[in-house]
Every structure is written in C-alpha cells, then in structure tokens.
Design a protein around this ligand. Structure first.
Ligand SMILES: Nc1ncnc2c1ncn2[C@@H]1O[C@H](COP(=O)(O)OP(=O)(O)O)[C@@H](O)[C@H]1O
Ligand SMILES: [Mg+2]
Length: 576
C-alpha cells in the first residue's frame, strides 16, 4: 500500500498544527474546515473546546470512484446497511491500531442501520470522534499533525477502499444480511413468531458479554414436529424450529436453557453478524419483550383489561402513576407495546410479576373474583390473540397455569427442545371460558399536551448516557428494563428523536388536529425511512454516532418519561 506524496492541503495543515504546538488548546479551533488529503478528504465539523470536553467531530470522505464498492451490493437498502456495517467494523479495527484517541461508533454483534459510515452522493464517509492531542491544556501540535495528515488518510486507505478490503467477506456479509431479512419477511405468512436455526449457539460468554459461549455450548436442534425450512434469495436453505403464532409456553427444569432461548428470541428482532451463533435466530420485527419494572412512571394507559375496581376508586382506563408496582408496570408496558403495534409478546417468569401472571385455584377460592382487582395474564392471553392478533411466547418453569391456554408447549431438556404439547394437553384442565364481549377495546390514542417534551428546565437537547439513560431537561428516562435496546448509539438516536418529536407535536401542520403519540412516532419513522438516520441529529455534516431504534423502543422511551402530560382523554388521576 503506498501513501503517495502529501497534497498541498496536507502540507499546509501539518504546518499549521506544528505552528500551534504547545499553545493553549483553544487554538485548535481554527481547524474547522475541509482538507484534501489525497486518498480522502478530511472535514473537521466540530472542534472540542478543551481536552476534557467530548472529542472533536471529523469525517474522512473517499470518492465513490476511488472507494470502488461493487454496485450490486448497494442496490437495495439492506445491501447498503450491511455494506456500511462492514465498513464500520473495518474502520473500528483500523482505528484501534492507531491507539485510543479515535472513536468510530463501532457495531456490536447486531447489524444495525447506523450513522458511523455513510454512503453519500460524494462517496463513502467515516464519521469519527477524535480527541485532539494535549499535554495538560496545551496543544501537542506535532502529534496532531501526524494524526490528521498521516494516520487518518492511512485509516481511509485500509478501511474504505474496496481494493484493500476482504472482498469475499464483504460479499458474504451482505448476502447473509439479505437472507436473514428475507427470512424475517416470510415469518408472518408462514404463521411464525420466530425461527431458531439448527446448530445455533444461544448462550453467551457471560452476563456482561454478548459474545457466544466458547466452551461446551450445546448447539440448538429442532424437534421434528416444529421443524421448518426456508429457501433464501442466495440459494441457501436453512432448517430449524418455527415458533408458531398463538400461545407458546416454554417449560423445563431450572438451568435447562429456558431464559437463554427467550433472550435469543428477544434479540432476534435484529440480524446478527456471522460467527455470533444467533445468525439464524430470526424473530418478527414487532415482537416485544416485557418484564416487571418497579417504580417506572405510567401516564394515561388503559390497563382496565387487567386491573379494575381498585379500593382507591382509581380509573384504570387512564391509569397514571409516578412509581408503578411490579404488576402495574408490567401491565402498562404490555398495553403500551400492543398499542404501539407489537405482534408478539415475549415474557420470562424470572422477570415477570407473579401476581399479574396467574392465580392458583386455592387463591381463586379464597379471594372471590369480585374482591380481586387483578385479572391475571393467564386469563387474557387468549383474548389478546383472538381480539388483537397478538401472540405470546412465555417461559414458565414453576407454574402449570399456562398449560391450559397454550397452543404449543416446548420443553427444554439439557438445552434441547422437545415438543410436549400432547403431554401437556393431557394434563391440562379445561380452558377458561371465552368472555362474551371483547375485553380489549380498540387502542385509544393518547395525545401529548403541547410542550410536554420541552420541559421548563430544558436548555440543551436531550442526550443519552450509555445504553440505559436519557437526560431531558432536569429529568432522566431510565431504559434499563427496555431489554431490546442493544446499543448506546440507539439510545442517542432516541434522545434526538425525542427532540424531533417535540417539534412535530408542537407544529402538527396548519389546521391539523394535534398528533397522537402513535401518529407522531409513525411520522418520524417515515421521515427516517425517506431521508436516512442522519435527519434525527441536530448537527449537519457529522450527525454523531447513531443507530436506528425500532418504533417500539421510541414508544418505550416516551412512555417512561416522567414529564409526559396528555391533552385529551379522560381525567388522569394519580394512582395511590
Ligand atoms: N445451549 C446451551 N449450551 C450450553 N450452556 C447453555 C445453553 N443454553 C444455556 N446455557 C447456560 O446454562 C445456564 C442456565 O441457562 P438459563 O437459560 O438461565 O436456564 P433456565 O432459564 O432454564 O433456568 C446459563 O449459564 C446458560 O448460559
Ligand atoms: Mg430462567
């Protein structure tokens, strides 16, 4: 690989940087601008004010012709997502070799649409965050000159030119992605919630690692009664277990892999990279994992199918609380997810609120139905399916209650699934009678009050802190329990989305009725679809490192926001 002679811009930039060596950090400000560095153009969009501020934002841009990416890989949206993901991984590897100063918004195990590498009309662009070198608060100019005029062009050369990439690996990456999404496209018409391929490796290395378990993992093997095959666009054929629509209960002894399977299904809403072990775990994009989440806020949610006649007289058709209990939090999350378009629910009894899930026979005898405000999920799981078309996959190790309402029962035995539907049916008592009238009415749109996403103390844009927290004004939105959020870059995208939603809600258009939450989020998602993920960012040029969240996670964030106020609907009493 030859570096070529320095361009005039590169020589001038290097001279500027050596010229400000050991001056105070603010002198870096003059770097803003665009430089022709030969193999790439360097665009400095934002310069950090001091060495301890968030790093400076820069882009390296390689001409389309020079990058020379095969056109057939870029012919569809999926191809472009997979190609930029591949390039982002290459950029991250090359940057890691240069040391610690460059962050690249590197992908994890999932392949997501993200802003860290973009295909623009000019070419291929890597968006970097670069800590400009300092000694204390003084500029290290020579080091900066080497970084910007030598290291960054070399990074462009290694990671953005097709000629220097593993062409075969890139093609396989794109082909895998297209096949995975094609399989996902077919799930609904085949009547499946999810697919788990034979040979999949589901367990992870540890609680804090998303990498596959290295030693002793038992590969997934489908039971013959649930085995399905898919032929995919590349010509590849995969076989595995189809998790059917309806109510599926996963049983089995402790430590036999139930939660691991359910977690894999939850993450299966995203495609995984080759070698992850979950490449062929594909779940419908609108499946929602639910759990109990004490203390979350709830605003104006109709939980009356599950909770009525509270001793306090609270109206549960528009239920609000600032600190929900385990059961009300899970109930609210369920209703919110279904209203937001979830087609399947994934629930693990390990993390569910037991009193919301079922009530046993003796308790039903002891506490008469009219004295019990809770209708447990076991009595609602079938109406949810018949009235709303929402399937459920549920892990139940400890209770037989759900066997009565299951369409399919899968038993895990030392990590291997068996179809035990027939045995379970033999044990089941009669199904509870179907209610005469629908228990779930149509979704009731909630219209946010004007300005609700612009709290008084809000001077700065909403921002993410890690994967779990969004700061908006003086408030924090806690997303720790939103388990299908997988990347801090998604959280940052949601933070920006909240600001864009605030704008949409404030200006619904001339003469238009105020938007419901559902309408506003749909409109924003359509905008992302049409204009790309960059539109979420308030910054032109370098949008920061964002990854695309699902609409369900956008809803989840708004719904957990303690400042949410609604305009319409019945009065919203504070629950006690
Ligand atoms: N297919 C597998 N091969 C090897 N180990 C596994 C497999 N599936 C799960 N495990 C491991 O077994 C342990 C128990 O799994 P878990 O899913 O929590 O079981 P359960 O929910 O049934 O109690 C975990 O440490 C998990 O990583
Ligand atoms: Mg478990």
């Amino acid at each position: 690989m030859c570096d070529g002679p320095m361009t005039a811009d590169a020589t001038a930039l290097a001279r500027t940087l050596t010229g400000i060596d050991s001056r105070s950090y603010g002198a870096y400000k003059q770097l803003r601008g665009s430089y022709d560095l030969g193999v790439c153009r360097l665009v400095v969009d934002h310069v950090q004010v001091d060495p301890y501020a968030p790093p400076s934002l820069m882009r390296i841009v390689v001409d389309r012709a020079r990058a020379d990416l095969p056109q057939d890989l870029l012919s569809d949206h999926r191809g472009r997502v997979a190609t930029t993901d591949f390039l982002a991984r290459a950029v991250a590897r090359a940057a890691a070799e240069l040391g610690e100063g460059i962050s690249t918004g590197a992908p994890g195990q999932e392949v997501l649409e993200r802003t860290s590498v973009a295909l623009t009309s000019d070419g291929v662009e890597a968006r970097l965050a670069v800590a400009l070198p300092a000694a204390g608060r003084r500029i290290r100019g020579r080091e900066a000159a080497r970084l910007l005029t030598e290291d960054l062009p070399r990074l462009a050369q290694t990671a953005l030119l097709h000629a220097n990439l593993d062409a075969e690996a890139l093609r396989e990456h794109v082909t895998l992605h297209r096949d995975q999404e094609a399989l996902r496209d077919q799930l609904a018409e085949r009547g499946l919630v999810a697919f788990v391929g034979d040979g999949a490796i589901l367990p992870r290395r540890s609680g804090d690692s998303d990498l596959p378990l290295a030693d002793g993992a038992v590969p997934f093997a489908s039971p013959s009664s649930l085995r399905v095959e898919f032929s995919l666009p590349s010509g590849r054929c995969v076989s595995g277990m189809g998790v059917p629509d309806g109510v599926t209960v996963i049983v089995g002894g402790g430590y036999h892999g139930k939660s691991t399977l359910l977690r894999a299904l939850a993450k299966g809403v995203y495609p995984h990279r080759a070698g992850d072990g979950r490449e062929w775990v594909i779940t419908r994009a609108t499946a929602a994992a639910l759990r109990a989440e004490d203390d979350r806020a709830v605003t104006g949610v109709d939980i009356s199918p599950f909770l009525t006649g509270l001793p306090s007289g609270t109206d549960t058709r528009a239920f609000s609380t600032t600190n929900a209990s385990g059961s009300t939090s899970q109930t609210a999350s369920l209703v919110e997810a279904v209203d937001a378009g979830a087609s399947a629910l994934l629930i693990d009894e390990d993390t569910a609120a037991t009193n919301m899930m079922f009530r046993d026979v003796r308790m039903r005898a002891l506490v008469p139905a009219e004295r019990e405000p809770i209708t447990p999920f076991v009595d609602r799981v079938r109406p949810l399916l018949t009235e709303r078309g929402v399937s459920t996959v549920l892990v139940a190790g400890g209770s037989a209650a759900f066997l009565d309402v299951a369409d399919h029962v899968i038993a895990l035995d030392e990590y291997i699934p068996r179809d035990v539907t027939a045995q379970a049916r033999a044990l089941a008592t009669e199904r509870p009678p179907v209610a005469a009238a629908d228990v779930f009415g149509a979704a009731r749109p909630r219209v946010p009050a004007p300005g609700t996403l612009r709290p008084p103390g809000k001077k700065k844009p909403a921002s993410a802190r890690g994967r779990d927290t969004i700061r908006i004004g003086e408030e924090h939105i806690d997303l720790a329990a939103v388990s299908q959020l997988v990347d801090a870059a998604q959280t940052q995208a949601i933070a920006h989305a909240l600001d864009r939603l605030a704008e949409l809600l404030d200006q619904p258009g001339p003469g238009a009725a105020p938007l419901s939450l559902e309408q506003a989020i749909t409109a924003l998602c359509e905008r992302i679809e049409a204009e790309g993920l960059d539109v979420l960012s308030p910054h032109r040029g370098h949008p920061g490192h964002l990854a695309r969240p699902r609409p369900l996670e956008l809803h989840a964030a708004v719904n957990r926001y303690r400042g949410l106020r609604l305009e319409s609907g019945p009065a919203v009493p504070e629950a006690r």
